[in-house]
Design a protein around this ligand. Structure first.
Ligand SMILES: C[S@@+](CC[C@H](N)C(=O)[O-])C[C@H]1O[C@@H](n2cnc3c(N)ncnc32)[C@H](O)[C@@H]1O
Length: 232
């Protein structure tokens, strides 16, 4: 399965053991299929709201990862056509990873709030790669007292994306911050350049927004202006 740089980076951040990995808003399910190719025991769940895409995906999965008639394919994967907000976690025990990528941070907030309300005791990590509204999303993760395992910036086709691996288990030593922290530290000149370009782009965006007096983004600009990019 050939993944682009963004999906490759997201996949590389799946390093812990989970019983259930959910490729949420999966579209053609590329990420989930790459995870299925790994020699891991997690069941991969594919979920999207568009019926014909999910039907095609189910056929593809049957062909590439066929049903073992003795054990049943549902041991390895399952396809659901539904709203991610209604994720059927109730009957599944163990540790879950919900991967949500390629949708707006505002929709992610809705999904995360809904899942946390419906499954207050479930053991869930979230791997998030929002398109826009990163600041809003981070504020909501802070409000929910999520902890941060890992964060990164990745560039795909000239567009920079933030990726956050967070847990709903609170740990005060690993707090989510509103503009990010580790992701601004580059190990190579290339990583430093990516971080610098991304920061400049965000600042430009909010400074343009601030021309609209009703936008109320001054505190966001100030927070990003305090970011220190470091070469490690
Ligand atoms: C741009 S694709 C992202 C595909 C893939 N996750 C990625 O990052 O490349 C966005 C997908 O989200 C799905 N989607 C949007 N809202 C959804 C919801 N509430 N529940 C399930 N799927 C949703 C759309 O149908 C679409 O297939």
């Amino acid at each position: 399965m050939k993944l682009d740089k963004r999906l490759t980076k997201i996949e590389s951040m799946v390093t812990q053991e989970y019983q259930h990995i959910w490729d949420c808003c999966c579209d053609h399910g590329l990420l989930g299929q790459a995870l299925l190719e790994r020699p891991v025991s997690a069941k991969v769940h594919f979920i999207d709201i568009v019926p014909n895409i999910m039907q095609q995906l189910e056929e593809k999965l049957q062909a590439s990862f066929p049903l073992d008639t003795r054990t049943n394919a549902s041991e390895a994967w399952q396809v659901y056509c539904m709203d991610v907000c209604l994720l059927p976690l109730h009957h599944l025990s163990g540790k879950h990873l919900l991967i949500i990528a390629g949708v707006g941070g505002d929709l992610m907030i809705k999904i995360i709030n809904s899942i946390c309300q419906q499954h207050p005791d479930a053991n869930i990590d979230f791997l998030l790669c929002p398109v826009y509204h990163q600041y809003l999303l981070r504020e909501q993760l802070i409000e929910l007292e999520f902890s941060l395992y890992n964060e990164a910036i990745v560039v795909e086709k000239k567009h920079a994306y933030e990726i956050l691996l967070v847990s709903r288990k609170t740990n005060n030593d690993y707090k989510v911050t509103n503009v990010g922290q580790e992701m601004w530290h580059g190990k190579t000149p290339q990583e430093v350049k990516v971080a610098t370009d991304y920061l400049n782009k965000i600042l430009l965006h909010y400074k343009r927004s601030s021309l609209n007096k009703a936008s109320n983004v001054e505190h966001i600009i100030q927070a990003y202006e305090e970011v220190l990019i470091k070469a490690l």
